[in-house]
Design a protein around this ligand. Structure first.
Ligand SMILES: Nc1ncnc2c1ncn2[C@@H]1O[C@H](COP(=O)(O)OP(=O)(O)OP(=O)(O)O)[C@@H](O)[C@H]1O
Length: 859
């Protein structure tokens, strides 16, 4: 049988990398194929443009049917154009050459479906096994059919592409040769082959099948790293492919050591799920990442796979609308704020905040201002665009600042003396009868020409009655209003005057209207049952005495002091900077308080605005603006996602699990992580919260075992720390070796900075890509100074920020300082030591007790 896509030419004998001649010829062959693909794409673009034109003409007819048809057509054509016009680097990246299949069946993409070769595919003779290639498939980022519906390119997510990833020399199936094609724009630059049946003499159209290069994986792993992650679509390995294509039912859990591709796999899985069932995942896929730095690092991967719109990549500190974490708490404070014990404290606080003096709970909403206060500003929502860049309120480089014990307190942060509420006067609209420093203690209205009054006891009784249930506090306000009116009515003596129930009902209606439209009543209600905002309650918790009351028998006095102090940062109005752990508390409070009424969304002027297709008829600025509006709207409406992917799941605190759980109540899940890299101090508590978030859904577990990032020399050093951090935990197997062992440099005699700088410079010389200098969190600012003027290939990172990132080379400064930072310090050090793809230098400080070669006592 003739191979489908290969261009014929005269081949030489079978050989691995037959020199530049063979390589160049193979590149020319792939170039010819790529030219055909682009020719076909040009035809498709032409077709799509014609469709758009035609649609515009239909629109002029103006009947409802014609308009609907026009909309649908414009939509389809627009989506198509969008995809075709996208400039994909290495649009076409793979090829497999296959033996004939067991049956002649073809799938919808035109490729044969059989996984196993036909019984007579391999002929055994005196000179060994021989076979003829029956089918050649090219794999790319999107599928392209030729005019006769034969596959020119198969989408990487299609079933026919699976053998490209799954076949191994042990289980090759029909694949004889797997080729990775490297191209830029429309030019093929290189090819790398893997021979999966090396024992076989295979021919393609009668000529021996040549094999070029040392394999794509090694070529990919050896490349210099930039500041953003690349997709791995051309070299996904079999165990990774199993995860990417696992059915989306319930929960898929993936564990694996550093560098096993968990993040890469999670992102490719998002693209795969969308391809598999776009309608189902139109509900959105949420990817939760630990830091804004990792979001910025990974967010280019999905667009490079042709997927963007339906995936929101968010840092865990940016999950709450209108809130953006800009600081880290100290480990001690984080430990309390992240603990599930906070649920009890927040429940008390949400109710107790009603009793606060006006102004003490920050900007409570009055009924009349509720609508406008509910809508966050567009700046506050800056992160709303799915998979968009780091939110604007986080510094450009995605770094978070530090709380006191990690470094100096942020400028202007109030200490104990600056507690919210201190010296605050009664807020606007407060009843003049307000008790000193508390909510109003008397309600006095005029009804039916007489004064009616409720005293403090009665008001307290009504409040307790309303709070009796578990409903969210803000949603109880209408009930509180009704019970106040009931009590006023009873107190007015009117019920005694009406014996006829109908008259009584009529009089009551008039009474309610009179009273509730009185300014004094409205002002009283605003003061006595204000609509609380999560920020206002959190700010109120900065008062140590108050927090002590709300957390009695839950937190220790020391914990109360630490948490109250850290919340002082929020300021009296609650608008100060939030820490990563505050955001989960805000989310919990959101639930406990209940969302206040939202203003009605403005109606779209033109329904066509919603059609992706029309974007092609507008300017880039229009499109970007429209995308943002749509993304904002989608984000506001989206409380629940269709699929939730959690990256670095080992780091989530119980409170964060609760926050994420609320966003995936009806979702399927993919959860990836590595317990050995956890920076959370109480893994058991986190595991319970994780179980709660994931519920009783069945789980399917996968383990990734190969480390693609670190060379064996670096992995070996890191394993020594793993043995201390988590004795008995197996380390992933490093897939390559560089022959360069880690370097040790003593910096103990007070010149840590100078040594770190010198080592960073040395590494900048030795590698083409990036260098990361990882220090303990409280040295971050210092480390940035050390590296001044070295250019943007080198970055300074705090230990917690290094999570998930990678560099060509790293300098790890004072392992002991990193290990001593927190109870999970050894695991954090393990993370720091596993960031380099080529070289690692360890600079020892005094605490490391280095030997005379600068080797810290750890190693
Ligand atoms: N099949 C592959 N082909 C090429 N590169 C790969 C492959 N799998 C992983 N990599 C590369 O290995 C590196 C590590 O991948 P990734 O960051 O996804 O690992 P991880 O398991 O999330 O690591 P960590 O737990 O340390 O954050 C990345 O540079 C990634 O591109």
């Amino acid at each position: 049988m003739a191979a489908q896509n290969a261009t014929r030419d005269n081949r030489t004998a079978p050989q691995r990398d037959g020199g530049d001649g063979v390589r160049d010829r193979e590149i020319r062959i792939e170039q010819a194929h790529l030219d055909r693909v682009y020719h076909r794409l040009a035809e498709k673009i032409h077709e799509a443009e014609f469709l758009m034109d035609d649609a515009a003409k239909r629109g002029q007819v103006g009947t409802p049917g014609a308009l609907a048809e026009r909309d649908a057509q414009v939509f389809r054509a627009g989506v198509h154009l969008n995809r075709l016009n996208s400039e994909f680097e290495d649009f076409l990246f793979g090829r497999i050459d296959l033996l004939p299949g067991k049956d002649g069946e073809r799938g919808p993409d035109g490729a044969h479906t059989s996984v196993e070769p036909a019984d007579d595919a391999i002929r055994t003779g005196p000179d060994g096994d021989r076979a003829e290639i029956a089918e050649t498939l090219h794999i790319g980022r999107i599928g392209v059919l030729d005019a006769d519906y034969a596959p020119l390119v198969i989408d990487w997510r299609a079933p026919a592409a699976a053998p490209f990833y799954r076949s191994t020399p042990v289980a090759p199936g029909r694949v004889v040769r797997r080729r990775v094609i490297r191209s830029k724009g429309r030019r093929v630059l290189g090819v790398e082959d893997d021979l999966l049946r090396p024992e076989l003499s295979a021919t393609l159209d009668g000529d021996a099948l040549p094999v070029v290069g040392d394999g794509a994986l090694m070529a990919a792993l050896g490349q210099a790293r930039g500041h953003t992650m690349r997709d791995i679509v051309a070299s996904i390995q079999a165990e990774q492919d199993q995860v990417i294509r696992a059915p989306a039912a319930s929960v898929t859990e993936v564990e694996g050591g550093p560098g096993t591709g968990k993040t890469a796999v999670a992102l490719h899985r998002a693209a795969y799920l969308l391809y598999q069932d776009r309608r189902r995942y139109a509900g959105g896929i949420l990817v939760v990442s630990p830091t804004p730095l990792l979001v910025a690092y990974t967010e280019g991967v999905l667009p490079s796979l042709g997927e963007e719109g339906q995936v929101a990549i968010r840092a865990v500190g940016s999950l709450v609308e209108g809130a953006e974490a800009t600081t880290y708490d100290t480990p001690a404070v984080a430990r309390v704020k992240g603990s599930a014990r906070m649920v009890k404290v927040l429940r008390k606080a949400a109710r107790g905040a009603l009793e606060l003096p006006r102004g003490a709970a920050g900007p409570v909403r009055t009924a009349s201002s509720a609508a406008s206060a509910a809508a966050p500003s567009s700046a506050a929502r800056s992160s709303a665009a799915p998979s968009s860049a780091a939110p604007s309120s986080v510094p450009e480089d995605g770094r978070l600042t530090l709380d006191a014990a990690f470094g100096d307190p942020p400028a202007g942060a109030p200490g104990d003396g600056g507690r919210p509420g201190a010296g605050s006067a009664a807020g606007p609209g407060a009843d003049p009868a307000a008790g000193p420093g508390g909510p109003p203690e008397r309600l006095r209205v005029v009804a039916f020409g007489a004064r009616v009054e409720l005293d403090a006891d009665e008001l307290r009784r009504i409040r307790q009655n309303v709070l009796g249930g578990t409903a969210p506090v803000n949603l109880l306000r209408p009930r509180a209003r009704r019970l106040l009116l009931d009590a006023l009515w009873a107190r007015s003596g009117a019920p005694r005057r009406y014996t006829d129930p109908e008259l009584a009902a009529e009089a009551r209606e008039g009474f309610d209207e009179d009273v509730s439209t009185e300014d004094a009543f409205q002002e009283f209600l605003d003061a006595w049952w204000p609509e609380l905002t999560p920020r206002s309650v959190l700010a109120a918790m900065a008062d140590e005495k108050r927090l002590g009351r709300w957390s009695r028998r839950v937190l220790t006095p020391r914990e109360v002091r630490q948490v109250a102090r850290s919340l002082g940062r929020l300021g009296a109005d609650g608008q100060g900077p939030l820490s990563v752990h505050d955001v989960a508390l805000l989310d919990e409070l959101n639930t406990l308080l209940g969302a206040p009424a939202r203003p009605a969304a403005p109606r779209e002027a033109d329904p066509l605005d919603q059609l992706t297709g029309l974007e092609e008829l507008t300017t880039y600025a229009d499109r970007a603006g429209a995308r943002r509006t749509r993304a904002d709207r989608a984000e506001r409406e989206r409380a629940d996602y269709a699929h939730v992917i959690v990256d670095e799941a080992q780091d989530l605190t119980p409170m964060q699990w609760r926050m994420i759980g609320r966003r995936g109540r009806h979702a399927t899940w993919t959860v990836v992580g590595d317990p050995a890299q956890s920076s959370w101090s109480d893994p058991d508590e986190a595991a319970r919260a994780r179980d709660e978030a994931l519920g009783t859904r069945p789980r399917r577990r996968f383990t990734l075992t190969v480390n693609y990032r670190n060379p064996a020399e670096i992995a070996e050093l890191a394993t020594k720390v793993l043995a201390l951090a988590m004795p008995g935990t197996p380390a992933p197997r490093a897939v390559r070796s560089t022959g360069v062992t880690p370097r040790f440099a003593p910096g103990a005699d007070g010149d840590l900075g100078a040594v770190a700088r010198r080592e960073a410079l040395r590494l900048l010389d030795e590698v083409d890509g990036t260098v990361g200098v990882v220090v303990a969190m409280n040295r971050r600012e210092q480390a940035r100074q050390w590296l001044t003027g070295l250019g943007d290939r080198v970055v300074a990172l705090g230990s917690l920020e290094a999570k998930g990132l990678e560099y060509d080379a790293t300098v790890v400064v004072s392992p002991a300082e990193i290990a001593d930072e927190s109870p999970a310090g050894l695991r954090v050090l393990y993370v720091a030591l596993t960031r380099a793809t080529q070289r690692l230098t360890v600079v020892s400080g005094e605490r490391d007790e280095p030997d005379q070669h600068g080797v810290p006592s750890f190693f």
